[in-house]
Ligand binder design. Structure first.
Ligand SMILES: NC(=O)c1ccc[n+]([C@@H]2O[C@H](COP(=O)([O-])OP(=O)(O)OC[C@H]3O[C@@H](n4cnc5c(N)ncnc54)[C@H](O)[C@@H]3O)[C@@H](O)[C@H]2O)c1
Length: 342
């Protein structure tokens, strides 16, 4: 049995805590230890994993618990600390994105991974989301020819829900650049490989001065990509990821606010939709208090990582190494954004 230590079952962590519970039905895994600095989150996590031991800090869990795998879903500035400690302890480790917030931490994490020889994965969950998997397939198969241009957006209201409002402290979250925008940059790197920053423009919050909008133009070989990430002032601003991609022969549009399907139209005046296939799993899991298909990509990424560990297979989708490259690229954008921001 794989014994899992879980650190930081907050908003995002609650998805993983529940998806691991659902996975425990088909895989021999158990969350045996849970750590959070807030008792209320420990109490919540224990409603899903009642037999787990409680720890009051990630360090306390890592110093004492006998576990094989560690899930880290704490605020971003703590990822490097816990990922390195887990690897040094000889554990496999899953970290939420962004992997970390500095070049030094990238180096230290990669070194710890190399020395430990353990499996690791970063929650670059967009790589597991159907509209983006489909985009990669259309690009890779050249179904509509080569890509000419891409516009990607990830818009959201300010993430004010977090513990101690840590998202609004740029040293802790890396602002919208490292937190939200990194998803699309990472996805483009995953599909196209090399991206060159051509231009960065940004705006910042009037009160705190933290960057809340970034628009970057990338050179991606024969095409250009414009990528925007926003944490809007208005708290109720809806979360809207989208993309528009122009190919030699057609154009495709995905806009999450209009549903999980992709519109296509070609130069012969034909059009239609790519529809998301029905989930293979669509069952209520009472113990995990969730419907598995609603968990979608989070469940799929957790399942994938467990399989990598159990079957000793290479993590080819969201490795520590590839997620590190996305961190380094976004750090460059972040520096340029700070110079340009008004
Ligand atoms: N993949 C995605 O789509 C996605 C979406 C949202 C957030 N995230 C990422 O998930 C991470 C967590 O974000 P969130 O929204 O859940 O934040 P959150 O504040 O809701 O949760 C963080 C939890 O960590 C706990 N914590 C803080 N310090 C700790 C410590 N030393 N030891 C143990 N627990 C500690 C907090 O009490 C809290 O419960 C961030 O890195 C964020 O970028 C990813």
């Amino acid at each position: 049995m794989l014994k899992i230590g879980f650190i930081g079952p907050g908003s995002m962590g609650s998805f993983h805590v529940r998806s691991l519970k659902a996975l425990a039905k088909e895989e021999d895994i158990e969350v045996t230890d849970i750590a959070d600095v807030r008792q209320e989150r420990l109490d919540w996590a224990k409603t899903i994993w009642p037999n787990a031991k409680e720890w009051h800090d990630g360090d306390e869990l890592l110093d004492n618990a006998d576990v094989d795998v560690v899930w880290v879903t704490t605020p971003s500035y703590l990822h490097a600390r816990f990922v390195i400690k887990a690897l040094n302890k000889g554990c496999h480790v899953f970290s939420e994105k962004p992997l970390c917030l500095s070049e030094d931490d990238v180096r230290a994490i990669l070194e710890a991974k190399r020395k430990s020889g353990k499996k690791a994965m970063v929650g670059m969950v967009v790589r597991f989301m159907w509209p983006y998997i489909k985009l990669k397939e259309i690009v890779d198969t050249k179904q509509f020819g080569n890509v000419r241009s891409i516009v990607m957006q990830r818009l959201s209201g300010n993430p004010h829900w977090s513990w101690n409002d840590w998202f609004n402290d740029e040293k802790k979250s890396g602002s919208v650049v490292m937190d939200l925008h990194i998803h699309d940059v990472d996805l483009l790197k995953y599909i196209f490989g090399d991206l060159k920053i051509e231009h960065v423009t940004a705006t910042k919050y009037k009160d705190t001065g933290m960057i809340n909008q970034i628009i970057t133009t990338f050179d991606i070989g024969d095409a250009k990509a414009v990528v925007e990430g926003v944490w809007h002032h208005c708290l109720k601003f809806p979360f809207i990821p989208s993309y528009r991609v122009e190919f030699d022969d057609a154009c495709i549009i995905y806009d999450a606010s209009k549903g999980e399907r992709i519109y296509w139209t070609n130069w012969n005046n034909e059009d239609g939709y790519f529809e998301q296939p029905k989930a293979e799993f669509n069952e209520e899991n009472k113990e995990a208090n969730m419907n598995i298909s609603d968990m979608g990509a989070y469940y799929i990424e957790d399942k994938y990582f467990i399989e990598c560990i159990k079957e000793d297979k290479e993590n080819e989708i969201a490795s520590l190494e590839s997620a590190s490259e996305s961190v380094l690229l976004c750090l460059k954008e972040y520096e340029l954004a700070k110079k340009s921001a008004k």
